[in-house]
Design a protein around this ligand. Structure first.
Ligand code: ASP
Ligand code: MG
Length: 417
């Protein structure tokens, strides 16, 4: 007998029929004698629809009211799912985030979990219930309702698993697990049996949407055994853990790409001490995350530098740079979009010389120029023009031996049943 946390995303509970399928899966676990705590997201596109609806009434709604609104989505899911389980003849009890004891900091829209008091969860388990907890929500000390940021139900699930010391936290989604790259681009992408927390964190941060980065961080910090698997099949899924076995002869685990990139260049900057501190200090205090920074050689006391940010922050970043022009004199600020960041990730990369060279060669062979490069211990990213990004992902996938013979179905869950 185990204590299992099962998390179902919005598409897994997106219709009556899917809700019943999920209820069946939970009932099967109860039948097998396990204790189950379930975390669910809002059904289908509910969260997006609620956001759209709010915008019709207020283009810039107060964050507190937004949280009040969005938390409704998950509450619909938990109530309906509990009823569905009840209809199958099993005991189930739904709980909001705050009823489940999830406490957060006082930030609306992206609060972090500060503590979990799982007494009610344990009581409900004790009395034989499958406990169905609303994802993505919590409350502050003062009883204000908060949300954890888009995709935050993963974090609820992992944090609960840590708090109740669950044997495993299973994240059910509409794909079979974590893939070596996006199967919509590379048809012969491989499903990974295992991946390490660090690798998963890189991939999640790079835009692989299967898991929320904060959930992975949490899993790593609390050593929660995570499994990502399909809610439509019985396949085993991908296990995310501290040390993951790498297949013989492989160094790269996965390839990610991110289209949300813009490059800002500041040209002819007067090269005085503290320039970088001023520019990046101003960006940071305006909440803009900078990714890659490149400074090119100085000429006649003037330097050029360029950095990348999220495309969505572009206008704001230019505004910030313009606002500090008096403090940091420069000739010109320019920006570039239609870029993509393509990254290779693998824990074995550091100890394997030639990994970077292979990447550059594969891109060169396609006649594509690399605009920027950045590395960490387990990742190497390049910025290239967006139009050839898919070709680059495919070429790298083959170059690192990741192609499989099988083709992945990406036509939707129905096709994969
Ligand atoms: N329903 C929320 C969202 O769509 C939370 C989640 O799905 O994890 O972002
Ligand atoms: Mg959702």
């Amino acid at each position: 007998m185990s204590l299992i946390v099962m998390k179902f995303g919005g598409s897994s509970v997106g219709s009556t029929e899917r809700m019943q399928r999920v209820a069946r899966r939970i009932a099967d676990n109860k039948e097998a004698g396990h204790d189950v705590v379930v975390v669910v997201s809002a059904m289908g596109d509910t969260t997006d629809d609620l956001i759209d609806q709010s915008k019709l009434l207020n283009a810039n709604p107060p964050a507190r009211e937004m949280d009040m609104l969005l938390t409704v989505g998950e509450q619909i899911s938990v109530a309906l799912l509990s009823m569905t389980i009840d209809a199958l003849g099993y005991k189930a009890m739904s709980l909001t985030g705050w009823q489940a004891g999830i406490e957060t900091e006082s930030v609306h829209g992206k609060a972090r979990i500060t503590d979990i008091q799982p007494k009610r969860i344990f009581d409900a388990i004790e009395s034989g219930h499958a406990v169905i907890v609303a994802g993505f929500q919590g409350a502050t000390d003062e009883g204000e309702i908060t949300t954890l940021g888009r995709g935050g139900s993963d974090t609820t699930a992992v944090a609960l698993a840590a708090a109740i010391n669950a044997d495993v936290c299973e994240i059910y989604t509409d794909v079979d697990g974590i893939y070596s790259t996006d199967p919509r681009i590379v048809k012969c992408a491989r499903k990974l049996d295992e991946i390490s927390y660090d690798e998963m964190l890189e991939l999640a941060n790079l835009g692989a949407a299967v898991l929320h980065p904060r959930a992975v961080e949490y899993a790593k910090n609390y050593n929660v055994k995570l499994v990502v698997r399909s809610s439509f099949t019985q396949n085993e899924g991908t296990s995310v853990k501290e040390e993951a076995v790498m297949e013989q002869g492989m160094v790269v685990r996965g390839i990610a790409y991110d289209k949300n990139v813009a490059r800002i260049s500041i040209l002819g900057v007067k090269d005085i001490p503290g320039v970088l501190a001023k520019v990046f200090g101003a960006l940071a205090s305006n909440g803009i995350d900078v990714d890659i920074i490149v400074q090119s050689g100085t000429q006649e006391g003037k330097a050029d530098f360029a950095f990348t940010i999220s495309l969505t922050d572009k206008e704001k970043a230019i505004g910030v740079v313009e606002s500090i022009r008096e403090e940091v004199p420069y000739r010109e600020v320019t920006s570039e979009e239609n870029l993509v960041k393509v990254s290779i990730v693998g824990a074995g990369m550091v100890s394997n010389p030639g990994v970077a060279a292979k990447m550059f060669k594969a891109i060169y062979d396609l006649g594509i120029s690399i605009k920027m490069v950045t590395t960490s211990e387990i990742r190497l990213s390049v910025i290239i023009a967006a139009e050839r990004a898919q070709d680059v992902v495919r070429a790298l996938h083959s170059a690192y031996g990741l192609d499989t013979a099988e083709q992945v179905f990406v036509g939707g869950p129905q096709d994969r049943r």
